[in-house]
Design a protein around this ligand. Sequence first.
Ligand code: GAL
Length: 375
Amino acid sequence: MRFLLILSLIITQSCTGQNLNNSSFTPGDIWKDADGNHINAHGGGFYYEDGTYFWYGEHKNQNSLAQVGVRVYSSDDLYNWKNEGVALSVSTDPNSEITTGSVIERPKVIYNKKTDKYVMWFHLELKGQGYAAARTGVAISDNPLGPFKYIKSFRPNTKIWPKNIDDSEKVYNEEDEKLEWWTPEWKESLIDGLYVRRDFEEGQMSRDMTVYVDDDGKAYHVHSSEENQTLHISLLTDDYLDFTDTYVRVQEGGQNEAPAVFKSGNTYYMITSGLTGWDPNPARSFKSKSMLGPWEKLGNPAVGEEAELTFRSQSTFVLPVAGKKDAYIYMGDRWNPKNHRDGRYIWLPISITNGKPEFKWHDEWDLSFFDTLAP
Ligand code: GAL
C-alpha cells in the first residue's frame, strides 16, 4: 500500500512538476517555480498577452552583479510560474556594455503594435563603475520569451531641456556645483535644476526606471534622475526604441526611486519608494490627469503595521489583473543584500479608496479579493 502511495506521488510529481498547484499568494515566502526552484526574477516587470503573463526580472546570484541576465517566467494564473530561461543574456565579450559583471536592473517589457516587436528597457551600470554610469538600456525581440537582442544604452535627453523648466533655470552657473550636499542652498539649487544643467551636454542620469504604455499607444519612460533626487518622465518614439524631445521633471528634489505606474479610469497613479538603497522605507504615491503631470502627492499607500517600511519591500511594478475591473497588484521586492538570490516577492492587492491607492498586508490572499471590492 505504502509502495503504491509513493509510486503515485512520484508519478504525479513528474507529470505536473512539483509546484503547479498554487492557488494563492504568500508574500515573503520562497516562491517556487514549476521546477521547484525559488523564482529568480527581481526588480520585475510584467507583460500580459492572450491569457499568459510574462514575468521578467534580474537573475541574481549572491551579489547583485549581472552574471546571467534577465530571466523570464510565464503563467496563466499568476500563482504558478514556469521558468522560460534567459530573455536577455549578458555578453561574454568584455567590451560589451552588458558584459558579465555589469549591473542590469528593473527590466520592463512592452509590445509595439506598429512594429510587432517586444521592447525591453532596463537600468544599466557599466562593469567596474559602481552606479556611476546611470544609463538606460534597450533590447528588442520578435517573441515575448526572447531572445532579446541588445541595441544600446545611453544617458537620455542629451541637449534637451525638460518642458517644465523656466528659462531662468537654464543658465549654468559653475558655483552651483560647489554647493555642499544636503545644505538648504544645495537643495534650492537642485530644485531649480542644478543637475539638469550640469548634465545637459552629456545626457540626464537614468537609474531606477519603469516604462508605461498608455491606451493611445504612447509609451513613457519614467526614471530616477539628477543624482536620484528627481524623477523624469519622457515620451518614447513611436517604435518605443528611443526618446523624443519631450520630457518633464516630476517632484523636484523629492528623492523618488522604484517607480511603478498604473491607470484607473482617467487617472494615472504612480507608486515609488524613497532613497535608502536595498533597505526598505515608506512608499509614496501620486496621481495625475496626464503622464506628463503635474503629479499630485498622495502619501504612503501602505496601510497598517510595518507600513512605514512598505512591509519590508520596495516597489517594482503595479499589474492590472486581466479580466477584472479595477484589480491592481502592488509588486515589490524584499531585497536580501547578503544573498541577493534569496530576495522575496511582496505582492499585495491594491484598493483605490477616495481616489488614493492603498494596500494592506496579507499572509495569504488570492484574486477573489478583487471580487469583494466595492464598485
Ligand atoms: C535601490 C534601487 C535598486 C538598486 C539598489 C542599489 O535603491 O531601487 O534597484 O539599484 O538601490 O543599491
